[in-house]
Design a protein around this ligand. Structure first.
Ligand SMILES: Cc1cc2nc3c(=O)[nH]c(=O)nc-3n(C[C@H](O)[C@H](O)[C@H](O)COP(=O)(O)OP(=O)(O)OC[C@H]3O[C@@H](n4cnc5c(N)ncnc54)[C@H](O)[C@@H]3O)c2cc1C
Length: 461
């Protein structure tokens, strides 16, 4: 034991949204809590994820709304500039990627912040390889438990020629001070679609390559097809069902080989998902197989005796709201407070493209795979009163997936100008298993986008 070794009640490894919430709340409750963070307190979301990407999207959407003035409200000339976007991300979102505010927030609650890489080295023991002045190692012993909230990092596929090139992940894309003249995006999931559309709207010539058969492969096929159509209309090249077989970089630009064709770009964004690293956290020391893609947990997020896991690393959906939801359960379980086990039947998620794609619960295919008897209905937003009024930029639809025997929705998608907001009503319905006849009796304000839910309900027969 060195002089810095410490006995505490709880050690939290990783101070992303869920880790920070759990560590801070437990410290406020009076426990001695050490929060171990290798990068920035707050994690991916505020510095390289949700917050700055949504600032970029807000700016890109403003440009698009400006372009829509033509033909609907006169004439507008749009002159995009990235400088205010980069400045806002640096100054307002990330404090130039400095976590002092978040670190003070945690220590202000009584938490002990330990900067370094934490690894479980025995039951109830985390060894931290410390960064910065002093360096060295510190052993933290946890009387009550260890919470693993180490999140994920960008996954980079082993494409020949890619390693060693100056490709971007979400981190470099968020930090960029300039819009590349042209950009190839590997991956047409939420991150690739959102960032691809942003850079295109700021004038970059963007091509998106997706290995699966459609964009947003995890969501309803209608969503991916709609997005491909909209992105194509905006001049973005969309290649689905295409595998990249090689990447080259000549010092100035990239060449991406896919399906016998060569795509070129000044920048290359790799947005092919996220990866966990259980070995780096030392889960083997508490009997959790380090080769697994995620940490198996029970309903209370217990992973092993005295060990909890939460957030992206549990593989239940890589969303900040999931990490926070699980963190609340972990806190209650550690404090011995009554809490319901986690439920995942109504997980909401939003891809913040324009149109936004909000979804909750099961897709039609997932419901059928589970052997459910399903009825579905799709209603196009342009056919709804509000969609028709909205006109430019009114792409979207509501899709409902009903478990026919039970008469409740088990999944829904709302794509459209405010698809993520319309999702709220559908999330309540799926979460609370609101009977479809009750949903039909509701009064839907006219002419809102969410009123299209009523039109979609009529289509369930
Ligand atoms: C571009 C982009 C946009 C996104 N947009 C959204 C969105 O709009 N909405 C949404 O809900 N989600 C969004 N996400 C996902 C969201 O950012 C993540 O789901 C969320 O950050 C996960 O939180 P977490 O608590 O699991 O940990 P993370 O945020 O991944 O943080 C984990 C922390 O643990 C630290 N760490 C890891 N290992 C160790 C170790 N051994 N020792 C010490 N520290 C360690 C890391 O440095 C990191 O700070 C987005 C992600 C990206 C990349």
């Amino acid at each position: 034991m060195t002089e810095r070794d410490q006995d505490v009640d709880v050690v939290v490894i990783g101070m992303g949204p869920g880790g920070e919430y759990a560590a801070g709340t437990l410290a406020q409750a009076g426990l001695a809590v050490a929060g171990v963070e290798a990068r920035l307190v707050g994690g991916e979301c505020p510095y390289w994820g949700c917050v700055p990407s949504k600032m970029m999207i807000r700016a890109a959407d403003l440009l698009m709304e400006g372009r829509r003035v033509n033909g609907m409200a006169g004439a507008a000339r749009i002159d995009p500039s990235w400088a205010p976007v980069a400045r806002r991300i640096r100054d307002e979102a990330t404090d130039n990627w400095d976590d002092k505010v978040a670190a003070d927030r945690f220590t202000g609650k009584g938490g002990i912040l330990v900067r370094g890489h934490g690894r479980i080295t025995a039951s109830g023991e985390v060894t931290v390889t410390r960064f910065g002045p002093g360096g060295g190692r510190q052993v933290l012993r946890a009387r009550r438990g260890i919470v693993i909230a180490a999140g994920t990092a960008p996954a980079v596929p082993p494409i020949p020629g890619l390693a060693g090139t100056p490709y971007w992940t979400n981190r470099e894309a968020i930090e960029t001070e300039q819009v590349p003249g042209s950009l190839v995006v590997l991956g047409g999931g939420a991150v690739g679609a959102e960032l691809g559309q942003v850079f295109a709207r700021f004038g970059s010539r963007v091509t998106v390559v997706e290995g699966k058969g459609r964009l947003l492969p995890m969501e309803e096929p209608e969503a991916g097809d709609l997005l491909a159509e909209v992105l194509g209309r905006e001049g973005i090249g969309v290649h689905t069902g295409q595998h990249v077989t090689g990447v080259g970089h000549n010092g100035a630009s990239f060449t991406v080989t896919t399906g016998g064709r060569e795509l070129t770009g000044d920048a290359l964004l790799v947005a092919t998902g996220r990866r966990t690293d259980l070995a780096a956290v030392g889960t083997g020391a508490v009997g959790i197989d380090e080769s697994l893609p995620a940490i198996p947990v029970d309903g209370y997020l217990r992973a092993a005796p005295g060990v909890w896991a939460l957030g992206d690393i549990t593989g239940r959906g890589a969303f900040t709201h999931m990490s926070m939801y699980q963190a609340r359960i972990v806190v209650a379980d550690i404090l011995g407070e009554p809490v319901s086990p986690a439920q995942y039947h109504a997980v909401p998620r939003v891809t913040f493209t324009d149109p936004e794609v909000g979804a909750v619960g099961l897709t039609e295919a997932q419901a059928r795979e589970r052997g459910l008897q399903v009825r579905t209905s799709v209603y196009p937003i342009p056919r709804s009163a509000r969609g028709w009024i909205h006109k430019a930029g009114n792409d979207g639809f509501i899709k409902l997936v009903e478990e026919a025997g039970a008469g409740v929705l088990v999944g829904a998608t709302s794509a459209g100008p405010t698809g993520g907001e319309v999702l709220g009503a559908l999330a309540v319905a799926v979460h609370a298993r609101v009977p479809v006849p009750v949903m039909r009796q509701m009064i839907y304000a006219y002419p809102t986008f969410h009123r299209a839910i009523e039109d979609a309900l009529a289509g369930l027969g």
